[in-house]
Design a protein. Structure first.
Length: 340
């Protein structure tokens, strides 16, 4: 018995929700053979494409869905999201402005807008370990001025402030790279600044070698700050998670020390998934040596920076569909084990 368009769509959506990608794709395509401009079939097929890291293929599908029915909010959000994944920021901005005229939720659009900052520029690398011989960018000057004019707001952060051991290690790196600077961003430090200034001075690092930042007024300015960083230094024994992912997304490689437990191996796990295993140190001496070697190799850092966002997008870190399938399988195995 031949299915109606509505029945095919319902079955396609059901297969989609169950993770039966091939069946869902077959049903959506069958609908498009009869109705090439069918909005839901085009949109859902685009969502499937994005889920397997084929955002480019999804763009014409989302565009067709929007042209067929511009009143559906999710069509706008999906289209803008796919443009961002393809680094088509100018097009994404234009579509976002059109979405505003259609009454799309401002809060949802604002979240997408924070992703418009492109991968940090490669022609002026400055980092957590940074070369002072390079002139300050306009971006950095602007941030410095904001820092003077606005007092950092107090906030509780999940990330812990650097321990005295971490400060000792980071100081050794700064001493080994004489023209470098360290950028620290956490209100736990800025709220007790004199204490941390003293700790670094005890290790021979003067206050002018370190830039301290607390809370910044917007997500855009927060992400923009990564443009002033060449190498991220992961703290230990508790690694960064969100901060590491943000850095990689903005084109900044992160150097980590592989610890002996989950909290100390998250950095190594993230870097392994994006193929940056050469930024993983096995001990403190190796951590220091890696930082010094990478700081002395700006050409390599620039090469990484150029393709890091795409590398991250193509990695398991951004493969939500596979991750969900793996989680579902794990739950099923646990349930079967429990029953048996």
């Amino acid at each position: 018995m031949e299915l109606t368009i509505e029945q095919a769509l319902q079955q396609g959506v059901a297969a989609h929700k169950k993770g039966q990608v091939e069946e869902a794709e077959r049903l959506y395509k069958a609908i498009l053979q009869s109705q090439p401009a069918h909005p839901d079939a085009n949109h859902n097929l685009g969502v499937l494409a994005v889920s397997v890291n084929k955002a480019e293929a999804a763009l014409p599908l989302f565009k067709t869905a929007l042209e067929a029915n511009p009143k559906i909010e999710q069509y706008w959000l999906s289209y803008i999201g796919a443009l961002i994944k393809e680094n088509q920021f100018d097009n994404a901005k234009q579509v976002l402005e059109q979405a505003k005229t259609q009454g799309v939720d401002d809060e949802k659009l604002n979240i997408l807008e924070t992703q418009f900052t492109p991968t940090a520029q490669v022609n002026e690398p400055k980092l957590a370990v940074q070369n002072k011989s390079l002139s300050l960018s306009e971006k950095r000057k602007k941030l410095a001025e904001q820092k003077k004019q606005k007092k950092a707001k107090k906030q509780n952060l999940k990330a812990i402030s650097p321990s005295q051991e971490v400060i000792k290690v980071w100081s050794k790196i700064l001493n080994a790279v004489p023209q470098s600077q360290l950028l620290l961003k956490t209100s736990q430090v800025t709220n007790n600044l004199s204490h941390y200034v003293q700790l670094f001075e005890q290790e021979g690092i003067s206050e002018d070698r370190i830039e301290y930042y607390g809370h910044l007024p917007s997500n855009h300015e927060h992400l923009e700050l990564y443009g002033a960083i060449d190498i991220g230094l992961d703290p230990f024994p508790y690694n960064g998670v969100t901060t590491t992912c943000e850095a990689l997304w903005m084109g900044v490689p992160v150097l980590t020390l592989a610890g002996d437990r989950h909290a100390g191996r998250v950095g190594a796990s993230i870097l392994t998934n994006v193929g940056l295993t050469d930024f993983i140190a096995q001990d403190i001496d190796g951590y220091i040596q890696l930082a010094v070697e990478m700081a002395a190799n700006p050409t390599y850092l620039q090469e990484i920076r150029r393709g890091l966002r795409k590398r991250m997008l193509d990695s398991p870190l951004c493969d939500g569909s596979s991750f969900a399938n793996d989680i579902e399988k794990a739950y099923q195995e646990m349930w079967h084990t429990c029953l048996n």
